[in-house]
Write a protein of this length. Structure first.
Lengths: 892, 111
């Protein structure tokens, strides 16, 4: 049988007062509705019902109002609504109570705001970076493929023949694609500008399951040499650079002076996983010879694949390692014996860099929250002692234990929700502060306070409310009515559970504070150790910018050398420039290349390092610009040109590894097969100091430098050593480049010492936040112990007075209180030491030159906490020792 | 103790309807009885408000009864007139009767 429109029934409930008659009216109307519906049909009955609901409720209210009835009868059924009304009453009463003691409420709310705010802040970062799924359909199916070399701890990309094999010879993947960074000079649209883009295999967008909003993606035949002059644009490129031209699909754009036909525009929300700044994609179009085994270890491509449904990352990983073993058995050329492959989910790869940092921080703020709760619980318990009388009176007047407990819980919920609301503000502000730390944790995505963050804040607030509300509520339930009333509101001697609970909370606070402090101590030591590290070059006053010469305009070594020779000469002539050079990979710049080579006369034994190292193509002036020491021989000069003897310079690490106990100058190495008679040998002409490349804690690898004039790459980073602030040279640099080639833009302008500082940004963030959190923890713990000891002194003033009257000295009383307080702190510290031995291990990967179990750090933080505890206890101890026995005895 | 408030005309009609229906005096039925006997349309809002008022004056009381099939599980109220209600009705009736004495002839020959 039909019921009236539910919405209209809800309206009726809302309009009518909350009493039993309302239920009756609802029932009567429902009965009438059904009769109507049978007689005149649903639609008309519905209309009738809506009208009747409004007129009945209005008239009912009006008649009552006119006759002056304020309290409508509510006898009859006990509905759920009446318990709701009780809650509203509890709420009102709770708010009144809290307003009555504004100081207490403020302290509690602010403490909670800090605790909840810190948690919400870190959660919002975690939510954005770790929890939010990647913005592609079925993101859990997306994986990356890598070659790995465990012996040198190297994770590499994949090679063209590898890509072909992993695509064609596996069953785990529905589609496999490769991509390569390719930024290009965009000309013909406003100022010449360097735009980030990439070369991708034809299936690239299919792997991500992204379809263009305009046009189409690549066809297989476009991914072949000669047919690749087509481009897919990002939505931003189309809108901002082409003004959202509706005829964009009939346009061409000039990239590196070559014309590309626009075939598609991607949806606005698409961000390339490998580089969110990419604005265009062109086919990779590898020439067929690159798919031969000669290129088996040219691992320059990043591979991404989509798992078939029901395939797991582990299953795909097993298939890949098996396939690599099969390929090894088929290979006719030599291969590194430890070569294998790895499949990583895209989500894991995205979060790998900061997972530990965030998890450590999350644990830390969790501790802060627990300390906050313990402290607030303590405050409430302390106040609870004062409230005993009020509660006892309420009970005497007939309130049940559960009603009193509920009242206390409601008070706690009000506190925690108000604290949570303020905490959200703290979190908003905190996220801004985090972002101000620069491109570290918050780099790869925008941190925002979304629905899940709000829910988290609410959840944390409720959790906190329950945590600190439980103890006082429990106490409220148990409090002994008669003795409380008889003692006039003083705490009853019989009820000892409160003080014990409070002591336990203090112990917990100290234990948690010690763990936090130990963590921050370890991070401080780590940062100090990293600051001591000498990067091997002087990063101060160096500005850098990258250049990318279009191969069409600079087709050969002669033209490229001419450009860079002239550019460097003009830059060196600028006032304020001490030195200038180019490099293929900037230290701390985030990119670089490695290669395997053969060293003449080096017979690698089983445990010797492989002949593998970092490759740099640099111009003359490199050592002067970065102030890298020249240890042996000479560095490159203008005589190292195409056609002259092939030369290289090695760093001290490579010299030690591959030319042990001899001078490498004059030694030779090759990238070819050394047994071939026509092998091209490269002669070592000098040795320079090692420069750190990927970070201050980087593994040390051998480095090989090759003269840019012989290798003549199109891409280079220009480095300028300036006499003063490097930033002021940016425009001079840009103008000089344009004076050499008016269509040549510069990109990635960076200051070297900032790169070095940013390289430890995550750790500095971790150190700073842990220090802030542990500072908060110390403050709360010391307030807590101060509070409980003061309370104890007040509570036992009678006893203390008696002791004094019986001859106890001031020092004796001072010592008594001090001993009591420090006992709590000491127990907490011992527990905290145990906890930190166990927990700081989780931070191991973030530590540098410090052991996770560092006795010195632990001793120091325990000492700090103990000192703070002494200070906090001294005040009440002092008060106790000065207590006047007459007055405290008289007060009784 | 019943309040010595005067009984309004509509209140009287409602009490009489409840009495007439005996043990079948449910909310909806009372309203229908009123409409049938008194030949007037009765506003639901005013009707329920009047029942509330009579209850407050202790002239009616009610008991919750199991719902009939048309109410979708919502219980209904069965009303009855309290002793105080009956006393008040009786007082009201005798007051009216004494007031009517001697003036009934006017109704029979209106000018």
């Amino acid at each position: 049988m039909n019921n009236p429109p539910p919405l209209a029934e809800r309206l009726l409930e809302m309009l009518l007062p909350d009493n039993a008659q309302a239920v009756c009216i609802k029932g009567d109307l429902r009965e009438e509705y059904r009769e109507f519906a049978r007689a005149i049909g649903d639609p008309r009955a519905n209309r009738w019902y809506w009208r009747t609901v409004i007129s009945t409720a209005a008239r009912y209210r009006w008649v009552h109002l006119r006759s002056g009835t304020t309290d409508l009868p509510s006898s009859g059924w006990q509905t759920r609504k009446s318990s709701m009304r009780d809650s509203v009453r509890d709420l009102r009463y709770g708010i009144r109570c809290l307003i009555r003691s504004p100081g207490f409420s403020m302290v509690v709310i602010l403490t909670l705001a800090l605790g909840i705010g810190a948690n919400t802040m870190i959660f919002s970062v975690i939510n954005s970076l770790l929890l939010r799924p990647l913005p592609y359909p079925e993101p859990e199916q997306l994986v990356t493929l890598n070659h790995i070399y465990p012996s040198v701890d190297l994770v590499a990309g994949v090679s063209p023949p590898g890509f072909r094999d992993y695509r064609d010879r596996t069953r785990s993947f529905g589609s496999v694609a490769v991509t390569r960074e390719w930024s290009a000079n965009l000309t013909g649209v406003g100022e010449p500008v360097r735009v980030d883009g990439s070369r991708v295999s034809a299936d690239y967008f299919d792997v991500f399951a992204i379809a263009p909003v305009l046009g189409r993606s690549f066809l297989a035949e476009e991914d072949t040499p000669g047919n690749e002059h087509v481009v897919v644009l990002s939505h931003g490129f189309w809108k901002l650079r082409l003004g959202g031209d509706p005829d964009v699909l009939e346009r061409t754009v000039l990239l590196n002076d070559e014309s590309y036909r626009v075939i598609g525009v991607l949806p606005p929300e698409f961000e390339d996983f490998f580089n969110a700044d990419r604005e265009f994609w062109v086919p990779l179009a590898l020439p067929p010879e690159q798919f031969t085994d000669d290129y088996r270890f040219s691992e320059n491509e990043s591979a991404v694949a989509r798992l078939r449904p029901a395939m797991s990352v582990e299953m795909a990983g097993r298939e890949m390692t098996d396939l690599v073993e099969t390929i090894k058995s088929e290979l006719t050329r030599s291969f590194p014996p430890d070569w294998t492959a790895r499949v990583t989910s895209l989500q894991d790869r995205k979060t790998a860099g900061y997972r530990t940092t965030l998890m450590v921080l999350f644990a830390a703020v969790g501790f802060v929250l627990l300390i906050t709760c313990a402290n607030v619980a303590n405050l409430l318990l302390a106040r609870g002692v004062g409230k005993q009388k009020e509660l006892a009176i309420r009970k005497a007047l007939g309130a049940s234990g559960s009603q009193v407990a509920r009242q206390l819980v409601v008070e706690c919920l009000i506190l925690s929700l108000v604290g949570g609301g303020l905490g959200l503000l703290v979190a908003c502000w905190g996220v801004d502060v985090l972002a101000a730390f620069g491109p570290t944790v918050t780099k790869s995505t925008t941190v925002e306070l979304d629905m899940s963050v709000l829910l988290f804040a609410l959840g944390v607030s409720l959790f906190a409310g329950a945590m600190f509300g439980l103890a006082p509520a429990f106490q409220g339930l148990r409090g002994d009515l008669q003795s409380t009333l008889r003692e006039g509101g003083q705490s009853s001697r019989a009820d000892r559970s409160g003080p014990n609970l409070r002591r336990a909370l203090i112990v917990a606070e100290f234990a948690l504070a010690l763990i936090l402090l130990a963590g921050s101590g370890l991070m401080i030591k780590t940062i100090a150790a990293l600051r001591q590290v000498d990067p091997g070059f002087n990063p101060d006053n160096v500005i850098t910018a990258s250049l990318n010469l279009p191969p069409v305009r600079y087709p050969d070594r002669g033209s490229r050398n001419a450009f860079y020779d002239q550019l460097l000469a003009e830059l060196r002539a600028l006032p304020g420039i001490k030195a200038a050079a180019t490099t293929s990979a900037l230290p701390f710049g985030g990119d670089g290349g490695t290669a395997v080579f053969n060293v003449e006369g080096y017979n690698r034994q089983e445990n010797d390092p492989p002949t593998w190292g970092e490759i740099r193509v640099v111009s003359p002036g490199f050592t002067e610009t970065l102030e890298v020491p020249l240890l042996e021989g000479r560095f490159f000069d203008l005589t190292d040109r195409p056609g002259s003897q092939s030369v290289c310079v090695v760093d001290e690490e490579a010299a030690q590894r591959f030319w042990p106990n001899r001078n490498p100058v004059g030694g030779r190495l090759t990238f070819d097969n050394p047994d071939n008679p026509d092998t091209q040998w490269i002669t070592v002409i000098g040795v320079v100091g090692h420069t750190l490349h990927a970070g201050l804690d980087d593994d040390i690898r051998g480095q090989l430098f090759f003269p840019s004039r012989q290798w003549a790459w199109t891409v280079a980073t220009v480095m300028l050593r300036t006499e003063t602030e490097p930033e002021v040279m940016v425009s001079a640099l840009r103008e000089t480049v344009l004076s050499v080639d008016p269509t040549q833009p510069i990109a990635d302008v960076r200051v070297l010492d900032k790169l070095v500082t940013e390289s430890i940004g995550n750790r500095r963030l971790l150190m700073t936040l842990l220090t802030v959190f542990s500072g908060l923890a110390i403050l709360l713990a010391s307030l807590g112990i101060y509070g409980i000891m003061s309370h104890m002194v007040r509570e036992r003033s009678h006893e203390l007075g008696l002791r004094k009257a019986l001859g106890a000295t001031q020092a004796g009383l001072f010592g008594l209180v001090l001993k009591n307080g420090l006992k709590l702190a000491a127990i907490g510290l011992v527990l905290g030491l145990g906890g930190s031995l166990w927990l700081t291990r989780l931070m191991q990967s973030q530590l540098f030159n410090v052991d996770a179990v560092d006795p010195l750090t632990l001793a120091a933080v325990a000492g700090i906490l103990l000192a703070v505890a002494v200070l906090a206890v001294c005040i009440p101890a002092n008060r106790a020792s000065r207590s006047d026995p007459i007055s405290s005895l008289r007060a009784e | 103790m019943p309040r010595k408030a005067p009984l309004g005309e509509f209140e009287q009609l409602v009490l009489l309807a409840v009495l007439r229906l005996k043990d079948q005096a449910f909310g909806l039925g009372i309203r229908r009885e009123l409409e049938k006997r008194a030949h007037r349309s009765v506003s639901r809002g005013a009707f329920y408000a009047t029942l509330d008022r009579l209850e407050r004056k202790n002239l009616v009381r009610w008991k919750a009864e199991p719902p009939n099939e048309n109410r979708g599980g919502i219980p209904q109220r069965r009303y009855e007139v309290t002793k105080a209600g009956i006393r008040t009705l009786a007082t009201s009736r005798s007051t009216l009767l004494s007031m009517w004495q001697g003036v009934e002839a006017i109704l029979e020959r209106p000018e």
